[in-house]
Design a protein around this ligand. Structure first.
Ligand code: CA
Length: 280
């Protein structure tokens, strides 16, 4: 069910009032709540449940809904009689807000968020964001994740492009600790707006009309590669819990090697469809 693995959701934040997510929120052991101090001297005051790199404070509440939806697929609490169930029932969801409530973010907010996740022990980092600007600093942050034994899971993008030809970041960065995910429909076909790439896109997962948690305890049907990436992050958390010393690269290789071939999406990607049981 996931255990003590920390999964950073580097996104628009997480709605902490969602009862399906609140119980699974990561707690910063170095911070005393509400005392107005940066107890652990990491640059963020009262970052008890993650941080906001846009406002540069300790409040990663979500005003957009995207991060809450992604988090719910990864780790909405299971067997609690509420809402939905994430792939990993009991993970520690670390909200790292790098997107403004209107949806924009910058390379700087993204890199600051990645560094925060790594410094605070995330083993899996979900990055359902896509940008057009190449960045050496972003590449270095991904390499830092690899060196620290973390896995970064990212979305291929929803612009129906061949990622082998038209780059997007971080999706197109070449790293053994980065998994790039596209989305499939209920019939296993490539999602209608999903990007692809026989060289760049590693794996496919469901991302068409999936039910997610939303702001204020609601639910919303969503589509896109962001949500497919979330399923893969949830799967990675299960593997990480079962294998406490596995590196991000080992988690990536296990998920990629176990992915199922023989479906309609094969021709579009390097690997196959997520198979959690086989990967475990
Ligand atoms: Ca702090």
């Amino acid at each position: 069910t996931g255990g003590d693995v920390t999964v950073a959701v580097v996104d628009s934040g997480i709605d902490p009032s969602n009862p399906d997510l609140g119980e699974n929120l990561w707690v910063n052991p170095g911070e005393i709540a509400g005392n107005g101090l940066d107890d652990d001297a990491n640059g963020f005051v009262d970052d008890v449940h993650g941080a906001d790199t846009v406002g540069h404070d300790g409040d990663p509440a979500d005003g957009l809904g995207h991060g809450t939806a992604v988090a719910s697929l990864i780790g909405a609490r299971g067997d609690n009689g509420l809402g939905i169930t994430g792939v990993a029932w009991r993970v520690r969801l670390m909200p790292v807000k790098v997107l403004h409530d209107r949806g924009w973010g910058t390379t700087v907010t993204l890199i600051t968020g990645l560094r925060y996740a790594l410094a605070n022990g995330a083993r899996v980092i979900n990055l359902s964001v896509n940008g057009t600007e190449p960045s050496q600093a972003l590449e270095e942050a991904i390499r830092q994740a690899e060196a620290r034994g973390a896995l970064v899971v990212t979305s291929a993008g929803n612009d129906r492009q061949d990622r082998d030809q038209i780059a997007s970041y971080p999706a197109s960065i070449d790293s053994p600790a980065l998994l790039t995910v596209t989305s499939t429909t209920r019939s296993g076909a490539l999602g209608s707006e999903s990007s692809y790439g026989a060289g760049t896109v590693d794996i496919a997962a469901p991302g068409d009309g999936v039910i997610t948690g939303d702001l204020n305890g609601g639910f919303r049907t969503q589509s896109g590669t962001s949500f497919a990436a979330a399923y893969v992050s949830g799967a990675a958390a299960l593997l990480a819990a079962a294998h406490p010393s596995a590196s991000g690269t080992q988690l990536r290789n296990a998920l990629a090697a176990a992915a199922r071939r023989g479906g309609r999406v094969d021709q579009w990607i390097a690997g196959g469809r997520l198979d959690v049981s086989a990967a475990l």
